[in-house]
Design a protein around this ligand. Structure first.
Ligand code: FCB
Length: 441
């Protein structure tokens, strides 16, 4: 692809004139807009932990994960990230590290997480701690995971234990990352452990993850000092590949009604309405969130050959995984969530792309920051932007690819980090509070 052609492709997605970002405003708005990065424990730490992803890798079902060295190098990574002007770091706890056997907590692992949170603070970064990001301890998976309600108290015991150990060190918690994607990938399309393709299990799991969120919210809010507790869900923006096709329209609408509709209704009202199950009220789910964590990567299309990605452009740029870029999905998604959950502040808790091309990454981020700004100006109360991710890491079933998501790369032999051009570019945007097309590569 010639460079000029590629630029033309991006043109409609990038601002034509400089845009002042919320963070560039003087006074309260500037102080409140949170620039951060997001990561997860297993994706960054990797290693031989007793969880279901390591077991699946041994069985050859997913790639192995040696990690990027975060467990040992967190302190140095924080210094690099803070040096870019970022002030927030979303990370998670690997449950199987801290509770390798049922009911047996490893105090040394908990101490390490405590030290990691303290190191983030010392570097000038606010840690946001998520307690569940896709991986289960093997003992929990072998007992049937969350699909078995008798196992739910195990998770809540872990939440309480970690909450008590870390609340004095962390002001912001998330219960779980993208619980709906977790359900889709593990229980509906069978891509992630436990590799099930059972709609009835997926619908039961929807109820379970929502009930567990409500229970965990209650536990975390009872801690001293009281933390903020936020959800995290990825916006998939389902659309028919061809709007003229009634079957595709219906498929997109059906998926949307469950995946986004039921979730937002449940968070707003406490009523869980999913297919194949009687409506159920979980009263303490109503309003059980202090902030909505909104992740966005791309829009989903429902076409003749199943799901793909969609864009409003006829010939959109595509990332290294072939996904069409469509920042409009971030804008309309933020506005939709804002309408569904009035009064709940929003935080973009993940956005980024897999690419080995640094111009691509800068443009991708610029286009999504512009979309965020449009949503904000239309009334969505967006409090910050967390880039996925800081240091390249394990991308689940895609493993480690040269086309990482990080603002920082690393040498797999020495572990040495190198800030990428996109990291330096984002640091300038943060410093100036302006998105200037003349400075977008
Ligand atoms: C999100 C996941 C995260 C990461 C990014 C690229 O859906 O939450 O773990 O893999 O995608």
């Amino acid at each position: 692809m010639r460079r000029d052609d590629e630029r033309e492709r991006w043109k409609p997605l990038l601002p034509a004139a400089p845009i002042a970002l919320a963070s560039g405003a003087r006074g309260a708005a500037a102080a409140e807009f949170a620039w951060g990065v997001a990561s997860s424990a297993f994706q960054a730490e990797g290693g031989d932990v007793p969880n279901d992803w390591v077991a699946a890798a041994r069985a050859g079902r997913v790639p192995a994960n040696p990690g990027n060295g975060f467990w040992e190098r967190a302190e140095r990574d924080f210094a690099l990230v803070a040096g870019l002007g970022l002030r927030h770091y979303r990370l998670s706890v690997e449950w199987s590290r801290v509770e390798p056997a049922r009911g047996r907590f490893d105090e040394r692992a908990i101490d390490r997480y405590r030290a990691i949170c303290d190191a983030a603070c010392a570097a000038g970064l606010v840690p946001w701690l998520n307690l569940f990001h896709f991986t289960h301890p093997l003992w929990f998976a072998e007992r049937g995971g969350f699909l078995e309600p008798r196992n739910h108290p195990d998770f809540l015991r872990y939440v309480e234990r970690l909450g008590r150990a870390l609340a004095p060190h962390v002001r912001h918690f998330h219960v779980s990352n993208e619980s709906m994607v977790y359900v889709v990938a593990g229980y509906l399309i069978g891509e992630n452990p436990p590799f099930l393709r059972e709609p009835s299990a997926a619908f039961a799991m929807t109820r379970h993850v929502l009930a567990l969120h409500a229970d965990a919210y209650r536990i975390l809010k009872a801690l001293e000092p009281q933390p903020t507790v936020a959800t995290i869900e990825v916006y998939l923006d389902p659309r028919p590949a061809d709007p003229e096709q009634p079957g595709q329209r219906a498929a997109a609408e059906r998926f949307d009604a469950w995946y986004h509709g039921a979730l937002l209704e449940a968070l707003a009202t406490g009523w869980v309405r999913v297919p194949q199950r009687d409506p159920e009220e979980i009263p303490h789910l109503r309003g059980a969130l202090d902030l909505y964590g909104f992740n966005f990567y791309c829009s989903t299309s429902f076409g003749a050959n199943g799901p793909g990605t969609a864009s409003e452009l006829p010939d959109p740029p595509r990332d290294a995984l072939g996904r069409a870029v469509n920042p409009a999905g971030l804008e309309t998604g933020l506005l939709r969530v804002a309408r569904a959950l009035p009064g709940v502040p929003l935080l973009v808790t993940e956005n980024g792309c897999p690419t080995a091309d640094e111009s691509f990454r800068c443009r991708y981020v610029a286009a999504h920051l512009a979309a965020l700004e449009r949503a904000r100006r239309q009334g969505a109360d967006v409090r910050g932007y967390f880039h996925w991710t800081a240091v390249d890491n394990y991308e689940w079933r895609h493993g480690f690819a040269p086309a990482g998501f990080g603002l920082i790369g690393f040498d797999p032999t020495t572990g040495e980090r190198a800030v990428k051009a996109s990291g330096r570019w984002l640091a300038e945007v943060i410093r100036d509070g302006v998105l200037d097309p003349a400075r977008i590569p």
